[in-house]
Design a binder for this molecule. Structure first.
Ligand SMILES: Cc1cc2nc3c(=O)[nH]c(=O)nc-3n(C[C@H](O)[C@H](O)[C@H](O)COP(=O)(O)OP(=O)(O)OC[C@H]3O[C@@H](n4cnc5c(N)ncnc54)[C@H](O)[C@@H]3O)c2cc1C
Length: 503
Protein backbone atom coordinates (compact mmCIF):
# COMPACT_ATOMS: atom_id res chain seq x y z
CA UNK A 1 0.00 0.00 0.00
CA UNK A 2 1.36 3.44 -0.93
CA UNK A 3 1.74 6.13 1.66
CA UNK A 4 -0.25 9.07 0.32
CA UNK A 5 -0.82 10.74 3.70
CA UNK A 6 1.38 13.79 2.91
CA UNK A 7 0.24 14.09 -0.72
CA UNK A 8 -1.40 17.43 -1.62
CA UNK A 9 -4.28 17.52 -4.07
CA UNK A 10 -2.80 20.50 -5.88
CA UNK A 11 -0.65 20.81 -8.98
CA UNK A 12 3.11 21.01 -8.48
CA UNK A 13 3.13 24.36 -10.34
CA UNK A 14 0.49 26.01 -8.15
CA UNK A 15 1.97 24.51 -4.98
CA UNK A 16 5.40 26.01 -5.66
CA UNK A 17 4.37 29.59 -6.55
CA UNK A 18 2.50 32.41 -4.77
CA UNK A 19 -1.18 33.04 -5.45
CA UNK A 20 -2.14 36.09 -7.47
CA UNK A 21 -4.47 38.78 -6.23
CA UNK A 22 -5.49 41.02 -9.11
CA UNK A 23 -8.69 43.04 -8.58
CA UNK A 24 -12.10 42.13 -9.93
CA UNK A 25 -13.42 44.50 -12.61
CA UNK A 26 -14.76 47.55 -10.73
CA UNK A 27 -17.36 48.51 -13.38
CA UNK A 28 -17.72 49.21 -17.10
CA UNK A 29 -14.38 49.35 -18.93
CA UNK A 30 -13.28 50.37 -22.40
CA UNK A 31 -10.12 49.12 -24.18
CA UNK A 32 -8.88 48.26 -27.68
CA UNK A 33 -8.87 44.49 -27.05
CA UNK A 34 -10.72 42.42 -24.45
CA UNK A 35 -8.91 39.15 -23.74
CA UNK A 36 -11.21 36.63 -22.06
CA UNK A 37 -9.27 34.03 -20.05
CA UNK A 38 -5.95 34.31 -18.23
CA UNK A 39 -4.19 31.08 -19.23
CA UNK A 40 -1.02 30.90 -21.31
CA UNK A 41 -2.96 31.85 -24.46
CA UNK A 42 -4.74 34.91 -23.10
CA UNK A 43 -1.83 36.26 -21.06
CA UNK A 44 0.64 35.89 -23.94
CA UNK A 45 -1.77 37.56 -26.37
CA UNK A 46 -2.38 40.43 -23.94
CA UNK A 47 1.35 41.08 -23.46
CA UNK A 48 2.06 40.95 -27.20
CA UNK A 49 -0.83 43.30 -28.03
CA UNK A 50 0.09 45.77 -25.31
CA UNK A 51 3.64 45.84 -26.66
CA UNK A 52 2.17 46.65 -30.08
CA UNK A 53 0.45 49.72 -28.64
CA UNK A 54 -3.04 48.35 -27.91
CA UNK A 55 -4.84 48.82 -24.61
CA UNK A 56 -6.03 45.44 -23.32
CA UNK A 57 -8.22 44.08 -20.53
CA UNK A 58 -7.72 40.48 -19.43
CA UNK A 59 -10.96 39.15 -17.93
CA UNK A 60 -10.31 36.03 -15.84
CA UNK A 61 -13.20 34.18 -14.18
CA UNK A 62 -11.07 32.79 -11.34
CA UNK A 63 -7.31 33.30 -10.91
CA UNK A 64 -4.78 33.60 -13.74
CA UNK A 65 -2.63 30.58 -14.68
CA UNK A 66 -4.67 28.26 -12.49
CA UNK A 67 -6.80 26.76 -15.25
CA UNK A 68 -5.41 24.04 -17.49
CA UNK A 69 -2.22 26.10 -17.73
CA UNK A 70 -1.67 25.61 -14.00
CA UNK A 71 -2.22 21.84 -14.33
CA UNK A 72 0.03 21.01 -17.26
CA UNK A 73 3.28 19.05 -17.58
CA UNK A 74 4.99 22.21 -18.90
CA UNK A 75 7.04 20.58 -21.62
CA UNK A 76 7.83 23.00 -24.43
CA UNK A 77 8.31 21.02 -27.56
CA UNK A 78 7.32 20.61 -31.17
CA UNK A 79 7.39 16.85 -30.52
CA UNK A 80 3.75 16.02 -29.86
CA UNK A 81 3.95 12.24 -29.55
CA UNK A 82 3.60 10.71 -33.03
CA UNK A 83 2.01 13.53 -34.98
CA UNK A 84 3.94 14.44 -38.14
CA UNK A 85 3.33 11.27 -40.11
CA UNK A 86 -0.40 11.65 -39.41
CA UNK A 87 -0.43 15.39 -40.15
CA UNK A 88 1.27 14.86 -43.51
CA UNK A 89 -1.24 12.17 -44.41
CA UNK A 90 -4.28 14.17 -43.27
CA UNK A 91 -3.28 17.72 -44.26
CA UNK A 92 -0.25 17.49 -46.55
CA UNK A 93 3.42 18.26 -46.05
CA UNK A 94 3.03 22.06 -46.21
CA UNK A 95 0.60 22.19 -43.27
CA UNK A 96 2.74 19.74 -41.27
CA UNK A 97 5.76 21.98 -41.91
CA UNK A 98 3.80 25.05 -40.74
CA UNK A 99 2.75 23.16 -37.60
CA UNK A 100 6.37 22.32 -36.83
CA UNK A 101 7.46 25.91 -37.50
CA UNK A 102 4.69 27.44 -35.37
CA UNK A 103 5.54 25.27 -32.38
CA UNK A 104 9.31 25.82 -32.73
CA UNK A 105 8.67 29.58 -33.04
CA UNK A 106 6.59 29.45 -29.86
CA UNK A 107 9.53 27.94 -27.97
CA UNK A 108 11.78 30.71 -29.29
CA UNK A 109 9.17 33.35 -28.35
CA UNK A 110 9.07 32.05 -24.77
CA UNK A 111 12.87 31.86 -24.61
CA UNK A 112 13.09 35.48 -25.80
CA UNK A 113 10.68 36.65 -23.04
CA UNK A 114 12.66 34.64 -20.48
CA UNK A 115 15.98 36.15 -21.55
CA UNK A 116 14.89 39.71 -22.04
CA UNK A 117 12.97 39.89 -18.75
CA UNK A 118 15.44 37.66 -16.92
CA UNK A 119 12.62 35.38 -15.75
CA UNK A 120 13.82 32.70 -13.36
CA UNK A 121 11.52 29.85 -14.47
CA UNK A 122 13.84 26.83 -14.78
CA UNK A 123 13.77 27.16 -18.57
CA UNK A 124 16.10 24.48 -19.94
CA UNK A 125 17.00 23.16 -23.40
CA UNK A 126 17.15 19.35 -23.54
CA UNK A 127 16.25 16.51 -25.94
CA UNK A 128 12.70 15.16 -26.18
CA UNK A 129 11.85 11.46 -26.68
CA UNK A 130 8.82 9.47 -27.76
CA UNK A 131 9.68 5.94 -26.68
CA UNK A 132 8.13 2.53 -27.07
CA UNK A 133 8.47 -0.67 -25.09
CA UNK A 134 6.86 -2.65 -27.90
CA UNK A 135 8.93 -3.98 -30.82
CA UNK A 136 5.77 -3.84 -32.95
CA UNK A 137 5.69 -0.05 -32.72
CA UNK A 138 9.27 0.51 -33.91
CA UNK A 139 8.30 0.91 -37.60
CA UNK A 140 5.77 3.59 -36.62
CA UNK A 141 8.47 5.47 -34.73
CA UNK A 142 10.81 5.20 -37.70
CA UNK A 143 8.09 6.56 -39.97
CA UNK A 144 7.64 9.48 -37.57
CA UNK A 145 11.37 10.25 -37.68
CA UNK A 146 11.20 10.29 -41.47
CA UNK A 147 8.11 12.55 -41.44
CA UNK A 148 9.56 14.95 -38.86
CA UNK A 149 12.80 15.30 -40.84
CA UNK A 150 10.81 16.03 -44.01
CA UNK A 151 9.22 19.04 -42.31
CA UNK A 152 12.58 20.28 -41.05
CA UNK A 153 12.67 19.02 -37.48
CA UNK A 154 15.85 17.75 -35.77
CA UNK A 155 14.64 14.14 -35.41
CA UNK A 156 16.53 10.85 -35.19
CA UNK A 157 15.74 7.26 -34.25
CA UNK A 158 17.63 6.06 -31.15
CA UNK A 159 17.65 2.80 -29.22
CA UNK A 160 17.79 4.30 -25.75
CA UNK A 161 15.92 6.98 -23.83
CA UNK A 162 16.86 8.65 -20.52
CA UNK A 163 14.71 6.30 -18.47
CA UNK A 164 15.62 3.70 -15.83
CA UNK A 165 14.14 0.83 -17.91
CA UNK A 166 14.89 -0.54 -21.38
CA UNK A 167 12.98 0.65 -24.43
CA UNK A 168 12.66 -0.84 -27.92
CA UNK A 169 13.38 2.49 -29.54
CA UNK A 170 12.63 6.21 -29.44
CA UNK A 171 12.17 9.27 -31.62
CA UNK A 172 14.62 11.91 -30.39
CA UNK A 173 14.24 15.66 -31.11
CA UNK A 174 17.19 17.94 -30.30
CA UNK A 175 17.00 21.32 -28.54
CA UNK A 176 13.55 20.98 -26.98
CA UNK A 177 12.67 22.57 -23.64
CA UNK A 178 10.95 22.46 -20.27
CA UNK A 179 10.09 25.20 -17.79
CA UNK A 180 8.03 26.06 -14.73
CA UNK A 181 4.91 27.49 -16.31
CA UNK A 182 3.77 29.72 -13.43
CA UNK A 183 7.26 30.99 -12.66
CA UNK A 184 7.25 32.10 -16.31
CA UNK A 185 3.70 33.50 -16.59
CA UNK A 186 3.31 35.38 -13.31
CA UNK A 187 6.19 37.83 -14.01
CA UNK A 188 5.05 38.12 -17.65
CA UNK A 189 1.50 39.01 -16.55
CA UNK A 190 2.82 41.86 -14.37
CA UNK A 191 3.44 43.71 -17.63
CA UNK A 192 -0.30 43.88 -18.43
CA UNK A 193 -1.85 46.41 -16.00
CA UNK A 194 -1.09 50.12 -16.52
CA UNK A 195 -1.17 52.70 -19.33
CA UNK A 196 -4.86 52.07 -19.95
CA UNK A 197 -4.59 48.25 -19.76
CA UNK A 198 -6.01 45.98 -17.06
CA UNK A 199 -5.84 42.50 -15.61
CA UNK A 200 -9.02 41.55 -13.77
CA UNK A 201 -9.53 38.32 -11.80
CA UNK A 202 -12.77 36.91 -10.35
CA UNK A 203 -14.67 38.38 -13.30
CA UNK A 204 -16.60 36.00 -15.54
CA UNK A 205 -17.48 36.83 -19.12
CA UNK A 206 -21.09 35.82 -19.82
CA UNK A 207 -21.75 36.97 -23.36
CA UNK A 208 -20.11 38.70 -26.32
CA UNK A 209 -21.98 40.88 -28.83
CA UNK A 210 -20.02 41.71 -31.96
CA UNK A 211 -20.31 45.12 -33.65
CA UNK A 212 -18.23 48.14 -34.67
CA UNK A 213 -17.57 48.18 -30.94
CA UNK A 214 -17.88 44.72 -29.32
CA UNK A 215 -19.65 44.43 -25.98
CA UNK A 216 -18.56 41.80 -23.48
CA UNK A 217 -21.08 41.26 -20.70
CA UNK A 218 -19.46 40.05 -17.47
CA UNK A 219 -20.80 39.43 -13.97
CA UNK A 220 -19.11 42.72 -12.96
CA UNK A 221 -20.16 45.06 -15.74
CA UNK A 222 -19.49 45.52 -19.42
CA UNK A 223 -16.29 45.76 -21.47
CA UNK A 224 -16.40 47.76 -24.70
CA UNK A 225 -13.62 46.78 -27.11
CA UNK A 226 -12.88 46.91 -30.81
CA UNK A 227 -11.63 43.29 -30.74
CA UNK A 228 -12.26 40.35 -28.45
CA UNK A 229 -10.12 37.25 -27.95
CA UNK A 230 -11.97 34.32 -26.41
CA UNK A 231 -9.11 32.43 -24.74
CA UNK A 232 -11.26 30.65 -22.17
CA UNK A 233 -9.84 27.24 -23.12
CA UNK A 234 -13.09 26.21 -24.80
CA UNK A 235 -15.17 29.15 -26.07
CA UNK A 236 -18.38 29.60 -24.07
CA UNK A 237 -20.27 31.63 -26.69
CA UNK A 238 -22.54 29.81 -29.09
CA UNK A 239 -21.18 31.16 -32.36
CA UNK A 240 -18.78 28.63 -33.85
CA UNK A 241 -19.95 25.87 -31.44
CA UNK A 242 -16.39 24.79 -30.75
CA UNK A 243 -17.54 22.36 -28.06
CA UNK A 244 -19.23 20.40 -30.85
CA UNK A 245 -16.08 20.41 -33.02
CA UNK A 246 -13.83 19.06 -30.28
CA UNK A 247 -13.98 16.80 -27.25
CA UNK A 248 -12.39 17.01 -23.77
CA UNK A 249 -10.02 14.42 -22.28
CA UNK A 250 -8.95 14.43 -18.65
CA UNK A 251 -5.44 13.45 -17.60
CA UNK A 252 -3.78 12.90 -14.24
CA UNK A 253 -0.44 14.00 -12.81
CA UNK A 254 1.72 13.14 -9.82
CA UNK A 255 4.92 14.67 -8.42
CA UNK A 256 7.41 13.01 -6.09
CA UNK A 257 10.79 14.01 -4.72
CA UNK A 258 13.42 11.58 -5.99
CA UNK A 259 17.18 11.03 -5.86
CA UNK A 260 19.02 12.22 -8.97
CA UNK A 261 17.56 10.30 -11.93
CA UNK A 262 18.53 9.69 -15.54
CA UNK A 263 15.10 11.11 -16.48
CA UNK A 264 16.51 14.62 -15.88
CA UNK A 265 18.52 14.28 -19.10
CA UNK A 266 15.47 14.67 -21.34
CA UNK A 267 11.70 14.84 -21.50
CA UNK A 268 9.96 11.60 -22.44
CA UNK A 269 6.56 10.28 -23.40
CA UNK A 270 5.54 6.82 -24.56
CA UNK A 271 3.94 6.14 -27.93
CA UNK A 272 1.37 3.70 -26.64
CA UNK A 273 -1.62 3.91 -24.37
CA UNK A 274 -2.03 4.54 -21.45
CA UNK A 275 0.20 7.58 -21.76
CA UNK A 276 3.18 8.08 -19.48
CA UNK A 277 4.64 11.56 -19.89
CA UNK A 278 7.80 12.00 -17.79
CA UNK A 279 9.96 14.95 -16.84
CA UNK A 280 11.76 16.25 -13.78
CA UNK A 281 11.60 19.64 -12.05
CA UNK A 282 13.22 21.04 -8.98
CA UNK A 283 11.93 21.96 -5.54
CA UNK A 284 14.13 23.50 -2.82
CA UNK A 285 17.17 22.36 -4.81
CA UNK A 286 15.99 18.74 -4.94
CA UNK A 287 14.85 16.74 -7.97
CA UNK A 288 11.14 16.10 -8.44
CA UNK A 289 9.78 13.46 -10.80
CA UNK A 290 6.56 14.36 -12.65
CA UNK A 291 4.47 11.71 -14.39
CA UNK A 292 1.29 12.56 -16.30
CA UNK A 293 -1.09 10.24 -18.14
CA UNK A 294 -4.21 8.02 -17.92
CA UNK A 295 -6.28 10.06 -20.40
CA UNK A 296 -10.01 9.39 -20.72
CA UNK A 297 -12.98 11.31 -21.97
CA UNK A 298 -14.35 13.75 -19.37
CA UNK A 299 -17.36 12.47 -17.45
CA UNK A 300 -17.02 8.88 -18.68
CA UNK A 301 -14.94 7.21 -15.96
CA UNK A 302 -16.77 6.37 -12.72
CA UNK A 303 -13.49 5.41 -10.96
CA UNK A 304 -11.15 8.38 -11.46
CA UNK A 305 -9.35 7.56 -8.17
CA UNK A 306 -7.96 4.45 -9.86
CA UNK A 307 -6.22 6.72 -12.42
CA UNK A 308 -4.02 8.21 -9.68
CA UNK A 309 -3.34 4.76 -8.26
CA UNK A 310 -2.21 3.54 -11.72
CA UNK A 311 0.24 6.44 -12.11
CA UNK A 312 1.61 6.06 -8.59
CA UNK A 313 2.05 2.33 -8.97
CA UNK A 314 3.96 2.92 -12.21
CA UNK A 315 6.22 5.57 -10.63
CA UNK A 316 6.91 3.21 -7.72
CA UNK A 317 7.75 0.25 -9.97
CA UNK A 318 9.75 2.14 -12.60
CA UNK A 319 11.44 4.82 -10.48
CA UNK A 320 11.38 3.41 -6.94
CA UNK A 321 9.25 6.31 -5.66
CA UNK A 322 7.83 5.76 -2.17
CA UNK A 323 6.25 9.07 -1.27
CA UNK A 324 4.19 11.44 -3.40
CA UNK A 325 3.90 15.19 -2.84
CA UNK A 326 1.32 16.35 -5.38
CA UNK A 327 -1.50 14.96 -7.47
CA UNK A 328 -3.71 16.84 -9.87
CA UNK A 329 -5.83 16.40 -12.95
CA UNK A 330 -7.00 18.57 -15.83
CA UNK A 331 -8.53 18.33 -19.27
CA UNK A 332 -7.70 19.60 -22.73
CA UNK A 333 -9.82 19.67 -25.91
CA UNK A 334 -9.02 17.73 -29.10
CA UNK A 335 -10.25 18.62 -32.56
CA UNK A 336 -11.33 15.83 -34.89
CA UNK A 337 -8.64 16.51 -37.50
CA UNK A 338 -5.62 16.92 -35.23
CA UNK A 339 -5.19 20.71 -35.54
CA UNK A 340 -6.16 23.46 -33.07
CA UNK A 341 -8.69 26.14 -34.01
CA UNK A 342 -7.23 29.65 -33.95
CA UNK A 343 -8.67 32.70 -35.72
CA UNK A 344 -12.03 34.39 -36.25
CA UNK A 345 -14.88 32.80 -34.32
CA UNK A 346 -16.93 32.16 -37.44
CA UNK A 347 -17.74 33.16 -40.98
CA UNK A 348 -18.71 36.82 -41.17
CA UNK A 349 -17.06 37.62 -37.87
CA UNK A 350 -14.45 40.39 -38.06
CA UNK A 351 -13.57 41.19 -34.48
CA UNK A 352 -14.09 38.13 -32.27
CA UNK A 353 -11.30 35.54 -32.17
CA UNK A 354 -10.84 32.09 -30.61
CA UNK A 355 -7.99 29.73 -29.75
CA UNK A 356 -8.82 26.21 -28.64
CA UNK A 357 -8.33 22.42 -29.04
CA UNK A 358 -4.62 22.23 -28.30
CA UNK A 359 -4.73 18.44 -27.73
CA UNK A 360 -2.57 18.59 -24.58
CA UNK A 361 0.13 20.56 -26.42
CA UNK A 362 -1.04 24.09 -25.64
CA UNK A 363 2.11 25.44 -24.02
CA UNK A 364 3.50 25.90 -27.53
CA UNK A 365 0.26 25.84 -29.57
CA UNK A 366 -1.29 28.38 -27.13
CA UNK A 367 1.76 30.64 -27.45
CA UNK A 368 1.70 30.30 -31.24
CA UNK A 369 -2.04 31.10 -31.14
CA UNK A 370 -1.33 34.28 -29.18
CA UNK A 371 1.32 35.28 -31.74
CA UNK A 372 -1.07 34.64 -34.62
CA UNK A 373 -3.99 36.50 -33.01
CA UNK A 374 -1.87 39.54 -32.19
CA UNK A 375 -0.81 39.60 -35.87
CA UNK A 376 -4.42 39.28 -37.11
CA UNK A 377 -5.63 42.06 -34.80
CA UNK A 378 -2.81 44.41 -35.83
CA UNK A 379 -3.28 43.62 -39.53
CA UNK A 380 -0.05 41.71 -40.06
CA UNK A 381 0.00 38.71 -42.42
CA UNK A 382 0.82 35.37 -40.81
CA UNK A 383 0.92 32.10 -42.74
CA UNK A 384 -0.17 30.11 -39.68
CA UNK A 385 -3.68 31.54 -40.27
CA UNK A 386 -4.33 28.89 -42.93
CA UNK A 387 -2.93 26.12 -40.69
CA UNK A 388 -5.08 26.85 -37.65
CA UNK A 389 -8.08 28.22 -39.63
CA UNK A 390 -10.91 28.25 -37.07
CA UNK A 391 -13.63 28.31 -39.75
CA UNK A 392 -12.38 25.23 -41.63
CA UNK A 393 -14.36 22.14 -42.43
CA UNK A 394 -12.57 19.00 -43.54
CA UNK A 395 -13.89 15.55 -44.50
CA UNK A 396 -11.88 13.95 -41.67
CA UNK A 397 -13.28 16.39 -39.12
CA UNK A 398 -16.80 15.93 -40.42
CA UNK A 399 -16.69 12.12 -40.20
CA UNK A 400 -15.42 12.12 -36.61
CA UNK A 401 -17.72 14.97 -35.69
CA UNK A 402 -20.75 12.87 -36.61
CA UNK A 403 -19.45 9.98 -34.51
CA UNK A 404 -18.86 12.25 -31.50
CA UNK A 405 -22.15 14.06 -32.06
CA UNK A 406 -23.95 10.70 -31.93
CA UNK A 407 -22.21 9.89 -28.64
CA UNK A 408 -23.18 13.23 -27.15
CA UNK A 409 -26.79 12.73 -28.26
CA UNK A 410 -26.69 9.28 -26.66
CA UNK A 411 -25.58 10.86 -23.36
CA UNK A 412 -28.26 13.53 -23.68
CA UNK A 413 -31.03 10.97 -23.95
CA UNK A 414 -29.77 7.85 -22.16
CA UNK A 415 -28.37 9.54 -19.04
CA UNK A 416 -31.85 10.79 -18.25
CA UNK A 417 -33.02 7.21 -17.68
CA UNK A 418 -30.06 5.29 -16.33
CA UNK A 419 -28.46 4.82 -12.93
CA UNK A 420 -31.18 6.69 -11.12
CA UNK A 421 -32.00 5.98 -7.49
CA UNK A 422 -35.08 7.41 -5.80
CA UNK A 423 -33.60 7.66 -2.34
CA UNK A 424 -30.99 10.10 -1.00
CA UNK A 425 -30.27 7.86 1.97
CA UNK A 426 -28.54 5.49 -0.49
CA UNK A 427 -25.76 8.09 -0.87
CA UNK A 428 -22.98 7.29 1.60
CA UNK A 429 -20.47 9.87 3.02
CA UNK A 430 -17.89 10.87 0.41
CA UNK A 431 -20.11 9.73 -2.47
CA UNK A 432 -21.96 11.59 -5.22
CA UNK A 433 -24.98 10.12 -7.02
CA UNK A 434 -27.76 11.13 -9.35
CA UNK A 435 -31.06 10.80 -7.51
CA UNK A 436 -34.64 11.26 -8.67
CA UNK A 437 -36.92 10.44 -11.54
CA UNK A 438 -36.10 10.68 -15.26
CA UNK A 439 -36.48 14.33 -16.25
CA UNK A 440 -36.10 15.55 -12.66
CA UNK A 441 -32.69 14.47 -11.50
CA UNK A 442 -30.72 15.85 -8.60
CA UNK A 443 -26.95 15.62 -8.17
CA UNK A 444 -26.50 14.61 -4.55
CA UNK A 445 -23.20 14.63 -2.66
CA UNK A 446 -22.89 13.59 0.97
CA UNK A 447 -19.68 15.03 2.43
CA UNK A 448 -17.49 13.06 4.88
CA UNK A 449 -19.24 14.86 7.80
CA UNK A 450 -22.60 13.60 6.54
CA UNK A 451 -23.94 16.93 5.22
CA UNK A 452 -25.85 16.60 1.96
CA UNK A 453 -25.24 18.98 -1.00
CA UNK A 454 -27.96 18.97 -3.67
CA UNK A 455 -28.01 20.70 -7.03
CA UNK A 456 -29.81 20.15 -10.31
CA UNK A 457 -28.14 17.42 -12.41
CA UNK A 458 -28.81 19.31 -15.68
CA UNK A 459 -25.70 20.98 -17.03
CA UNK A 460 -26.43 24.69 -17.58
CA UNK A 461 -24.63 24.60 -20.93
CA UNK A 462 -26.91 22.40 -23.05
CA UNK A 463 -28.83 20.34 -20.52
CA UNK A 464 -26.95 17.00 -20.39
CA UNK A 465 -26.92 15.11 -17.10
CA UNK A 466 -23.66 15.57 -15.17
CA UNK A 467 -21.75 12.60 -13.77
CA UNK A 468 -19.82 12.16 -10.54
CA UNK A 469 -16.03 12.51 -10.52
CA UNK A 470 -14.89 10.96 -7.23
CA UNK A 471 -11.20 11.91 -7.48
CA UNK A 472 -11.91 15.63 -7.94
CA UNK A 473 -15.20 15.72 -5.96
CA UNK A 474 -16.91 17.44 -8.87
CA UNK A 475 -19.82 17.05 -11.24
CA UNK A 476 -18.55 16.69 -14.82
CA UNK A 477 -20.62 16.91 -17.99
CA UNK A 478 -19.96 13.98 -20.37
CA UNK A 479 -21.28 15.96 -23.37
CA UNK A 480 -18.98 19.00 -23.60
CA UNK A 481 -16.78 18.93 -20.49
CA UNK A 482 -18.27 21.63 -18.23
CA UNK A 483 -17.43 20.96 -14.59
CA UNK A 484 -19.10 22.07 -11.35
CA UNK A 485 -18.34 21.95 -7.62
CA UNK A 486 -20.58 19.94 -5.27
CA UNK A 487 -22.47 23.19 -4.58
CA UNK A 488 -22.94 23.79 -8.29
CA UNK A 489 -20.32 26.51 -8.90
CA UNK A 490 -18.86 26.50 -12.43
CA UNK A 491 -15.30 25.14 -12.26
CA UNK A 492 -14.79 24.93 -15.99
CA UNK A 493 -16.72 25.98 -19.11
CA UNK A 494 -18.21 26.01 -21.65
CA UNK A 495 -20.98 26.53 -19.03
CA UNK A 496 -21.03 30.03 -17.53
CA UNK A 497 -23.93 29.56 -15.10
CA UNK A 498 -23.88 27.55 -11.88
CA UNK A 499 -26.02 24.42 -11.45
CA UNK A 500 -29.38 25.33 -9.99
CA UNK A 501 -29.57 24.81 -6.19
CA UNK A 502 -32.11 22.20 -5.04
CA UNK A 503 -33.52 21.67 -1.61
C1 LIG B 1 -2.59 17.04 -17.84
C2 LIG B 1 -2.15 17.94 -18.95
C3 LIG B 1 -0.80 18.02 -19.27
C4 LIG B 1 -0.37 18.87 -20.30
N1 LIG B 1 0.96 18.95 -20.61
C5 LIG B 1 1.38 19.77 -21.60
C6 LIG B 1 2.76 19.88 -21.94
O1 LIG B 1 3.63 19.26 -21.33
N2 LIG B 1 3.10 20.68 -22.97
C7 LIG B 1 2.17 21.39 -23.68
O2 LIG B 1 2.53 22.07 -24.64
N3 LIG B 1 0.86 21.34 -23.34
C8 LIG B 1 0.45 20.56 -22.33
N4 LIG B 1 -0.88 20.50 -22.00
C9 LIG B 1 -1.83 21.39 -22.68
C10 LIG B 1 -1.78 22.81 -22.11
O3 LIG B 1 -1.57 22.79 -20.72
C11 LIG B 1 -3.10 23.52 -22.43
O4 LIG B 1 -3.40 23.33 -23.79
C12 LIG B 1 -2.98 25.00 -22.18
O5 LIG B 1 -2.58 25.23 -20.85
C13 LIG B 1 -4.31 25.69 -22.46
O6 LIG B 1 -4.15 27.04 -22.15
P1 LIG B 1 -5.35 28.05 -22.32
O7 LIG B 1 -4.81 29.40 -22.01
O8 LIG B 1 -5.97 27.85 -23.64
O9 LIG B 1 -6.43 27.56 -21.25
P2 LIG B 1 -6.47 27.76 -19.66
O10 LIG B 1 -5.13 27.69 -19.06
O11 LIG B 1 -7.50 26.84 -19.13
O12 LIG B 1 -6.95 29.25 -19.51
C14 LIG B 1 -8.29 29.62 -19.75
C15 LIG B 1 -8.72 30.56 -18.64
O13 LIG B 1 -10.00 31.08 -18.95
C16 LIG B 1 -10.72 31.21 -17.75
N5 LIG B 1 -12.15 31.24 -18.12
C17 LIG B 1 -12.95 30.20 -18.49
N6 LIG B 1 -14.20 30.63 -18.77
C18 LIG B 1 -14.17 31.98 -18.57
C19 LIG B 1 -15.15 32.99 -18.71
N7 LIG B 1 -16.42 32.73 -19.09
N8 LIG B 1 -14.78 34.28 -18.43
C20 LIG B 1 -13.51 34.57 -18.06
N9 LIG B 1 -12.55 33.64 -17.90
C21 LIG B 1 -12.88 32.36 -18.16
C22 LIG B 1 -10.33 30.00 -16.94
O14 LIG B 1 -10.56 30.22 -15.56
C23 LIG B 1 -8.85 29.88 -17.29
O15 LIG B 1 -8.01 30.53 -16.35
C24 LIG B 1 -1.32 19.64 -21.00
C25 LIG B 1 -2.69 19.54 -20.70
C26 LIG B 1 -3.10 18.69 -19.69
C27 LIG B 1 -4.56 18.59 -19.38
Amino acid sequence: MLDTSSEKHQSFWIDTTPHTNYPAMPGNTSVDVAVLGGGITGLTAAVLLKRLGKTVAVIEARRIAEGVTGHTTAKLTSQHQLVYDTLIEAHGEEKARLYAEANEAAIDRIEAFVNEKNIDCDFRRLPAYVYTESADMVPQLQAEVEAARRVGLPASFVEEAPLPFPVEGAVRFEEQTQFHVRKYLLPLAEEIPGEGSHLFENTRALDVKEGAQCRVQTDRGRVIAKDVIVATHIPFIFKGEFWGKSYPQREYGIAARIEQTVASEGISINAESPTRSVRTASRDGETVLIVVGEAHKTGEDPDTEQRYRNLEEWARERFGVTEFENRWSAQDYYSFDGLPYVGRIGMGSEHVYVATAFAAWGMTNGTAAAMLLSDLITGKENEWASLYDSTRTSPLATKNLYKEGAKQAMHFVKDRFEGVTEDMSDVVPGQGRIVGRPGDQTAVYRDPQGEVHTVSARCTHLGCIVSWNPAETSWDCPCHGSRFSVDGEVLQGPAVHDLEKKL
